[in-house]
Design a protein around this ligand. Structure first.
Ligand code: ATP
Ligand code: MG
Length: 244
C-alpha cells in the first residue's frame, strides 16, 4: 500500500562532507509525492551526494533525511525505492535481459517484470545483447530499467538522460511524466537546463546550497527571464550581490 500522507522526502538541515570539504551545506526541502522534481546545478554542486543521502548510502555529517516516512536507509525502504546511479551499473558479461531477470529475482519483483521494464526504456530490441556490447545511451537505459523493477514508489535517477539523442530524451521524459501520473515520485538530476522545464518542480543547487526551489514558471518569473538557463545565472548574480 502506498502511504499517501506527507511528502515523499523531507530533508532538514542536511550537511555532508566529502574529501575534507563540506559539499552539502545545510539543505532543507521537501519532495512532494506524485511529481517529477528536478535537481539541477553545475558539475560538482552536490547532486549525486544529495541523491546518495536520500538513498541512504552516504555518510551524513548532520541533519535529517526522511523517506516515505522512515529514516533514509531503513531496510523497509529497500523495495520502495528505485535508484539508478550516474555510472551504469549492470553486469557486462550478462545480456540485458539476463541482468534484468537477475535483479528482478534479487528484488522479489514479479515474473514478467524484466520484459516490462525493458519495453518501458525502449530496449526491447536489445534484450539479447551483452552488457559489454551496449552503447553509452543503451547502458544508461539498462540501468534505468533496473531501477524500475518492482514498480517502486520513489525513483531517484542520477542524470538518466546523459548521452541520449533528443528523441530518446523526449521518450524518457514522457515515461517519467506517465509514472508521476500513476502516483510515482521521481527525483531526477540533470545539468541540462532545457530538461528542467519538463519537471513539476525544480531545486537548483549551487556549491552545496539551494539557490532556488519552485515550479519552473515561478523561477523564471522570480528571475525575470524567459529561459531557465538565464534564470539560473540571474539567481546566481542576485545571490552574489546579496552577500556583497
Ligand atoms: N568520493 C569522493 N571523495 C571526495 N570528494 C568527493 C567524492 N565524490 C564527490 N566529491 C566531491 O563532492 C562534491 C559534490 O560532488 P557530487 O558528485 O555530489 O556533484 P554532482 O553535482 O553530482 O556533479 P556532476 O554533475 O559532475 O555529477 C564535489 O566537489 C566533488 O569533488
Ligand atoms: Mg553527479
Amino acid at each position: 500500500m502506498m502511504n499517501l500522507s506527507g511528502p515523499a522526502v523531507a530533508v532538514r538541515d542536511l550537511r555532508v562532507s566529502r574529501g575534507g570539504a563540506e559539499v552539502l551545506r545545510g539543505l532543507t526541502f521537501e519532495v512532494p509525492r506524485g511529481q517529477v522534481t528536478g535537481l539541477l546545478g553545475p558539475s560538482g554542486c552536490g547532486k549525486t551526494t544529495l541523491i546518495r543521502s536520500i538513498v541512504g548510502v552516504q555518510i551524513v555529517g548532520s541533519g535529517e533525511v526522511t523517506v516515505l516516512g522512515a529514516p533514509a536507509g531503513s531496510p523497509a525502504l529497500r523495495r520502495k525505492i528505485g535508484y539508478s546511479t550516474q555510472s551504469a551499473a549492470i553486469y557486462r558479461d550478462l545480456t540485458v535481459l539476463e541482468n534484468l531477470r537477475y535483479f528482478a529475482k534479487v528484488l522479489g519483483a514479479g515474473k514478467g517484470d524484466a520484459e516490462r521494464v525493458l519495453e518501458e526504456v525502449g530496449l526491447a530490441g536489445a534484450g539479447d545483447r551483452l552488457g559489454s556490447a551496449l552503447s553509452g545511451g543503451q547502458l544508461g537505459r539498462a540501468s534505468l530499467a533496473v531501477a524500475l523493477l518492482g514498480s517502486p514508489e520513489l525513483l531517484l535517477l542520477d542524470e538518466p538522460t546523459v548521452g541520449l539523442d533528443p528523441v530518446l530524451r523526449q521518450d524518457l521524459w514522457r515515461l517519467f511524466q506517465s509514472l508521476a501520473e500513476r502516483g510515482v515520485t521521481l527525483v531526477v538530476s540533470s545539468h541540462v537546463m532545457d530538461e528542467a522545464a519538463r519537471c513539476h518542480r525544480l531545486i537548483m543547487l549551487r556549491e552545496g546550497e539551494i539557490l532556488a526551489d519552485g515550479a519552473p514558471g515561478e523561477l523564471r518569473e522570480r528571475a525575470g527571464t524567459v529561459d531557465l538557463e538565464e534564470a539560473f545565472l540571474r539567481l546566481v548574480e542576485e545571490r552574489a550581490e546579496s552577500v556583497r
